[in-house]
Ligand binder design. Structure first.
Ligand SMILES: [Fe+2]
Ligand SMILES: [Fe+2]
Length: 504
């Protein structure tokens, strides 16, 4: 493992990397790797799981049995972890002694649902080793879904871990959501295998699960591709060795086609054959399951891919259309290029800082991108006028929130509270804003956030009638408006903190 760490994260002396007692990575090195892995995950969108494992009632055990016995338990825990995690070409997990009797594992290329089985094996191995005298609990979170940087991942995993402990210890918990129905129907699973007995076996497994799926079957690669061409399939369970088109080829064709690229593919491989996996990864497979699969592992992995994909579908279909419309607005208004993306990012950071629920965070992200979409109806000469606007022209500019709301209203369901942001990002707390002249608590927190980030970005970018303003000057104006009762003072303060932490 240290080899891998050195390869990926630079060379440090081995003894400064590891913990003396267990030989696992030490806390500081782990923290650094966690940060680097979360940066990679954010950049490439590849998920990983952070697992925190804690020995239950260990301080008591130490007091009763002495520290040397306690130390040998810690060494054995490290051994069990090392023997359980993956150390192959496909995936190299990273384990550390995080602090005292807390161990940390990064399970690469997998989310918490799929990592559950591996950590459960550690829990079971430990319980067997101590003959039930000692147990351990674990909390699992997925990056970037549950949190996107090292500290927040640790914080979230600690929360999940403490839930596992208060629920009675000796259990592995992960933060997850139930499988989402796909557009209000059952997920459609395509089973592809030339061996009819295997197909029947897999079908029976899915039938016996607690979840409801629709299943269609194909007995060779060509049949699979023609079914996918004519039916909306949400996930493919794909055998590798088939006459004619084999599984790799089917997978490669699905992943090369724009229309089917997003359908998750799980390949069914022979026991721990790493060539199968390498070829499968090359073909673009999303996951692998060893035949015959363990039902709970299969269901957990399927659900995690189905969930990720239903979110992707939601994002791709709406975002693609609307983002291209936003680009059209920005192309007209030469002074606001990149404005929407910057506003969206700042608003998202503020939402996280205020601990808003996920639905509102999503609204800030999408609402930020779309907030000025109504400007699509405003003539370019007005948007790019290098001087003060006439009162009439300003009246025209003021129509954009309502126009944006009208454009996006047909997408009310998927956009949710983002619509509120589009309509109300120019409302002021004292009622002096537009289009509805809302006051105080009638203006939602997300619209307040959008208003403040919008003004900040406008002030600090160059405009037809002036150059970009300094950060100090921009905050002077925001604070003045907050003092006058127009803007939310607390949010202005938080924005300052965020901006200062990014550009000290
Ligand atoms: Fe606006
Ligand atoms: Fe704006």
């Amino acid at each position: 493992m240290n080899e891998q760490v050195r390869k990926e994260h630079g060379s440090m002396a081995a003894d400064s990397l590891t913990d003396d007692l267990t030989g696992l990575l030490n806390h500081d090195v782990f923290q650094l790797i966690l940060e680097l892995e979360s940066m990679k995950s954010r950049r490439y969108g590849t998920p990983f799981t952070l697992a925190l494992l804690n020995l239950d009632s260990f301080p008591l055990y130490n007091r009763q049995n002495g520290t040397s016995k306690g130390d040998s338990i810690l060494r054995e825990t490290a051994r069990i972890i090392k023997e359980t995690i993956r150390q192959c070409d496909i995936a190299c997990d990273i384990a550390a002694r995080y602090s005292g009797n807390i161990f940390a594992v990064i399970l690469t290329r997998s989310d918490a649902e799929s990592s559950h089985t591996a950590v459960e094996r550690i829990r079971l191995g430990f319980e067997t080793f101590t003959r039930g005298e000692l147990t351990l609990s674990a909390g699992l979170v997925t990056c970037p879904r549950d949190a996107a940087d090292g500290n927040s991942l640790i914080e979230k995993a600690m929360e999940v871990l403490s839930r596992a402990k208060t629920d009675g210890e000796n259990r592995v918990y992960f933060s997850r959501s139930e499988v989402q129905p796909v557009a209000g129907r059952k997920p459609m699973i395509l089973l592809v295998d030339d061996d009819r007995r295997n197909v029947r076996f897999m079908e029976a497994l899915l039938d016996a699960s607690d979840y409801d799926y629709d299943v269609i079957k194909a007995y060779d690669g060509n049949e699979a591709l023609s079914i996918i061409g004519g039916t909306e399939v949400d996930l493919v369970l794909l055998d590798i060795m088939m006459p004619g088109l084999n599984g790799y080829e089917v997978c490669r064709r699905l992943k090369e086609n724009e229309g089917t690229r997003m359908i998750p593919v799980i390949m069914l491989t022979a026991l721990s054959d790493s060539d199968d996996k390498i070829n499968g990864i090359k073909a673009g497979a999303d996951d692998f399951i060893v035949k015959p699969p363990d039902r709970s592992e299969l269901i957990a992995r399927m659900n995690s891919l189905l969930n990720a994909n239903s979110l992707n579908k939601k994002l791709t279909s709406i975002e693609n259309v609307l983002i291209s419309m936003t680009n059209a607005v920005e192309a007209k208004d030469i002074y606001t290029q990149g404005h929407s993306a910057r506003v969206s990012n700042m608003a998202l950071s503020l939402g996280r800082k205020l601990n808003l629920p996920e639905e509102e965070i999503y609204a800030l992200r999408i609402g930020g991108i779309l907030h000025d979409i109504g400007k699509i109806g405003i003539p370019g000469e007005i948007l790019n006028r290098p001087g003060a606007l006439t009162p009439d022209e300003f009246e025209i500019i003021k129509t954009h929130p309502e126009a944006g709301y009208r454009i996006c209203q047909p997408l009310q369901k998927p956009l949710g509270p983002a619509l509120d942001v589009i309509r109300h990002h120019h409302e002021k707390l004292d009622g002096s804003g537009y289009p509805d002249g809302l006051k105080g608590k009638d203006i939602s927190v997300i619209s307040r956030i959008m208003c403040i980030t919008d003004i900040f970005d406008a002030l600090t970018s160059s405009r037809p009638y002036r150059g970009a303003m300094s950060r100090e000057k921009a905050f002077e104006i925001l604070n003045k408006e907050a003092d006058e009762g127009k803007l939310d003072k607390r949010i202005v303060g938080y924005l300052r903190e965020i901006i200062d932490s990014v550009h000290p």
